[in-house]
Design a protein around this ligand. Structure first.
Ligand code: SF4
Length: 343
């Protein structure tokens, strides 16, 4: 059986040779299993390629090279039934819940649109029942939500409504692009917990795209750390965060504030240095200009992904001598990870 979603050798280049090219994504390959629902975080700073990835996965953009397959069908070629199935089964939650709303329509309208479009109900009463159920699942009280205008709701409530809207379609995969970055800090954990619950209770897989390593660690099973369009490190989140092997991931992890009086804020394992203007993807390791361990080979060719552990892979020449990930498919490092001591 083909995977639910497969990203195969996806490269996205913006610009042209004359004016200058920017490689937003560099030969990315991974898959999301259909049988075992997963929660995968894609983490990176601004310019890492994570938003480009979300756009390609949702079919908003065709990659320059490579392809995305949904249930074995090339998304770029999908028409008719395959396209409808994708639109129903893959839903998106975006950063800004305000953007989804037309201020002149009540919440009911936002929920009614997918019900009508995908003919999910045969009557008004059935449609309302579906709305009520979806709102309850995301922890909202229907009597306090339906009949209201967007400005009468908080940012957290609005984001929950977008989750409820996605849920109506019984999706197999939700692509959540920075879903809590515009929500009050006090509500972030609650909303992420509700996403995790949907993953566990309804068997929905999630791709959680974020710049925030802490929340990625809290909710995810697997993680992909992107740096300037390329995978720096990937694998089971427990492995990658607790024992990062790539100098960039070490830098990110060391920057997470911890309640440890002996440790100062911002203390890092790796000092960032040098210019970021050189050494982009395709010209050696993209991290070369910031890396204190840089070697001549790092500037010659981009490192492959070395498998440093059954559930961890690292694109760094410091791990030469370890086997490489087959065909660059990083999902090999995702499967069936149980930390030591787990039941
Ligand atoms: Fe540093 Fe070289 Fe590893 Fe890149 S490949 S992270 S430059 S040691």
């Amino acid at each position: 059986m083909p995977p639910l979603l497969e990203v195969r050798n996806v490269t996205q280049i913006f610009g042209d040779r004359r004016k200058g090219e920017t490689v937003a994504l560099d030969d990315l390959s991974f898959s999301i299993d259909d049988e075992a629902p997963s929660f995968t975080a894609v983490v990176g700073e601004s310019g890492s390629g994570k938003t480009t990835l979300a756009r390609i996965l949702l079919g908003f953009q065709q990659p320059t090279k490579g392809a995305v397959y949904y249930r074995g069908d090339d998304l770029g070629q999908a028409t008719g039934r395959a396209q409808d199935q994708f639109r129903k089964e893959v839903q998106a939650i975006f950063q800004d819940p305000f953007e989804v709303y037309n201020p002149f329509y009540k919440v009911d309208h936002l929920l009614a649109v997918p019900i009508r479009k995908f003919r999910l109900a045969r009557s008004r009463a059935e449609s309302r029942d579906l709305m009520v159920d979806a709102l309850r699942v995301v922890g909202l009280r229907p009597e306090e939500t339906l009949g209201r205008y967007p400005h009468q709701l908080s940012g957290g409530q609005r984001q929950r409504i977008t989750v409820a809207r996605a849920l109506l379609l019984k999706p197999r995969l939700i692509i959540a692009d920075e879903p809590v970055s515009m929500v009050d800090a006090s509500l972030r954990a609650t909303i992420l917990e509700s996403l995790r619950k949907l993953n566990q209770d309804f068997g929905i897989s999630f791709l959680y795209i974020t710049h925030d390593l802490t929340t990625a660690y809290q909710v995810s099973d697997n993680i992909i750390v992107l740096y300037r369009g390329a995978v720096a490190e990937t694998g089971a989140v427990e492995r990658v965060i607790k024992d990062p092997q790539h100098p960039y991931t070490q830098l990110l992890v060391a920057s997470i504030p911890l309640p440890d009086p002996a440790r100062r804020w911002g203390e890092t394992v790796v000092a960032a240095s040098g210019s970021e203007a050189n050494g982009g993807p395709g010209r050696g390791c993209p991290f070369a200009d910031r890396c204190p361990y840089v070697m001549p080979v790092c500037r010659e060719q981009a490192p492959p992904l070395y498998r440093t552990h059954p559930h961890q892979a690292v694109a760094c020449y410091l791990h030469r001598g370890t086997e490489t990930v087959l065909d660059g498919d990083i999902s090999q490092a995702f499967r069936e990870y149980a930390p030591a001591g787990a039941p």
